[in-house]
Design a protein around this ligand. Structure first.
Ligand code: GDP
Ligand code: MG
Length: 164
């Protein structure tokens, strides 16, 4: 199978949008409700002649108390066990939240390489400042990007590829 990258992050940070952008399609359903994206998890991405798969964990590893949680958590864990690398997506507009710190501290204990993608950073200078706040997560250089505009997505993929 193709190398696998797990997309992790709390709801609404833009995981589905980013995955769509990477896959160059609109096939992943963008929706805020738990359950909508959970069965549309795997997508193929081609970048610079490399092919990989991304799996959107649905942002529910540390989610709310939705009735779907146990099922989704199990799927997310299975995806992580299968993955060679993780993209932790955070929201540059909202800034650093306790839930990001919680996910990051869990990820730091895992053996997987993690790339921090700071989504919703549409503008260059401001994006850099927004992204810098996420050094705090202790997962290396945060990369500003925008799933909607497409900027920074190449840089995120370039950061991941060496780990695959
Ligand atoms: P998910 O829950 O993490 O999968 O997030 P979604 O991809 O469903 O996006 C959640 C919301 O954030 C939607 O309203 C998107 O339009 C918005 N969003 C996603 N990516 C971006 C981005 O790059 N910039 C901005 N400004 N909004 C975004
Ligand atoms: Mg989603």
């Amino acid at each position: 199978p193709l190398p696998l990258v797990a997309i992790v992050g709390r709801p609404n940070v833009g995981k589905s949008t980013l995955v769509n952008r990477m896959a160059g399609t609109r096939s992943a359903i963008v929706h805020d409700e738990p359950g909508v994206t959970r069965d549309r998890l795997y997508q193929e991405v081609e970048w610079n002649g490399r092919r990989l798969r991304v799996v959107d964990t649905g942002g529910l590893i540390f989610g709310d108390d939705s009735e779907f949680l146990p099922h989704i958590r199990q799927q997310a864990m299975a995806a992580l066990a299968e993955a060679q690398a993780v993209i932790l997506v955070v929201d540059g507009m909202e800034g650093l939240l306790p839930a990001d710190v919680e996910v990051a501290s869990w990820l730091r204990k895992q053996p997987l390489p993690v790339v921090v993608a700071v989504n919703k950073c549409e503008s260059g200078q401001m994006g850099l400042a927004q992204a810098a706040a996420f050094w705090e997560l202790g997962l290396g250089e945060p990369i500003p990007c925008s799933g909607i505009h497409g900027n920074g997505v190449a840089e995120v993929l370039e950061a991941v590829l060496p780990h695959l």
